[in-house]
Design a binder for this molecule. Structure first.
Ligand SMILES: Nc1ncnc2c1ncn2[C@@H]1O[C@H](COP(=O)(O)OP(=O)(O)OP(=O)(O)O)[C@@H](O)[C@H]1O
Ligand SMILES: [Mg+2]
Length: 315
């Protein structure tokens, strides 16, 4: 069934993939050493990642197994996943944000209805989609929020990862992965309501890597890395931010703040300080910035307010 294609530029599907996706998958030098990757992640991606997470992810790739990053919102799953796929493959990965109605036509390919009507279901009317493009370009795929997809879709993805090939029956073609760059990272947030359970078959095949809120010192480093040097966040304000977040994460909030909120809070406080003509973020700036960033639901208002007052000594 498979055709021999020695010159990529002569294959119509590969030409289409290059034309549509070539730009988004610009090559770079792969970084396959975990210790070096940790440095590049900090310098280039402004991400602080535990070397064990990098090593485990790379080990899974070497074993041909997909990875599942699982943990609460705002803990870096998506950004770390994208960055690691890029460093491993030496190309930017494709991002598939999942939803209920995602299917193989949306990720492997479909047919242009008008062209198909005139010319039939063939290579001319075929539109390659991201999963097939990733396989052909030897790039990684980040499948975001996998619990939002159907079980059929999950099984289809696992089959592709397992066999490292994609069959398009209408074209009577099999596309095979060319190198080690085609890898898949799934992300999932088990606490999110109204989401599907992951099947046993799925969990058996993936390497699951849990994500969690970082330790205090690491979160402080992340905030420094992601905020401006001016107006300055002194250690007093920094400790109040970190302490408040810790308390809120242990509380009964419906939307617990992640590191994403830690960064957003610090940056909002800095912006307020700047508007108020201050060179150092004051307690007032930090307090004023908090509610807007930390409260996502009306029902959380009271808890956030009381924790803030307590931590800021206003109770
Ligand atoms: N390890 C980290 N290093 C640097 N920044 C981080 C890290 N973890 C989280 N962040 C901050 O959190 C933001 C959001 O991260 P990301 O979207 O990847 O989280 P997520 O776990 O995918 O969240 P969600 O479950 O809501 O999709 C980043 O833009 C960054 O500001
Ligand atoms: Mg995410």
């Amino acid at each position: 069934m498979e055709m021999a294609h020695t010159h990529p530029e002569r294959d119509p599907i590969e030409a289409k993939v290059a034309e549509i996706y070539g730009d988004v998958a610009r090559p770079r030098e792969p970084v396959r050493s975990p210790s070096l990757a940790v440095k590049v992640l900090e310098r280039e991606f402004r991400l602080i990642v535990d070397e064990r997470i990098v090593a485990l992810t790379y080990a899974a790739f070497m074993n041909g197994r997909p990875v599942l990053f699982e943990g609460p919102p705002g803990t870096g799953k998506t950004e770390v996943g994208e960055a690691l796929l890029e460093l491993w493959a030496g190309r930017k990965p494709f991002l598939l944000p999942c939803s209920e109605n995602y299917d193989e036509y949306k990720v492997i390919g479909d047919f242009h209805p008008l062209i198909a009507m005139r010319k039939g279901f063939n290579e001319e009317s075929f539109i390659p989609r991201p999963l097939l493009a990733a396989l052909i370009l030897d790039a990684g795929v980040l499948v975001d929020e996998i619990r939002r997809s159907s079980e059929d879709f999950q099984n289809m993805l696992l089959d592709v990862v397992d066999k490292r090939r994609i069959i398009v029956p209408e074209l009577k073609r099999v596309f095979r992965a060319r190198g080690p760059g085609f890898q898949v990272i799934f992300t999932s947030n088990p606490e999110d309501i109204a989401q599907n359970e992951l099947s046993d078959a799925f969990l058996r095949r993936v390497v699951r890597i849990p994500f969690d809120y970082p330790p205090r010192e690491v979160e402080a480093r992340i905030i420094r890395l992601r905020s401006d040097s001016e107006p300055r966040l002194d250690s007093n304000v920094m400790n109040l931010i970190l302490g408040t977040l810790e308390k809120l994460r242990r509380s009964g909030l419906s939307h617990k703040p992640g590191t994403a909120e830690a960064v957003a809070w610090a940056r909002m406080a800095q912006a307020l300080a700047r508007l108020r003509g201050r060179s150092v973020v004051s307690l007032e700036d930090a307090y004023d910035a908090a509610m807007g960033v930390l409260v996502k639901r009306v029902e959380d208002e009271e808890i956030v307010d009381s924790v803030l007052r307590e931590e800021f000594g206003l109770a």
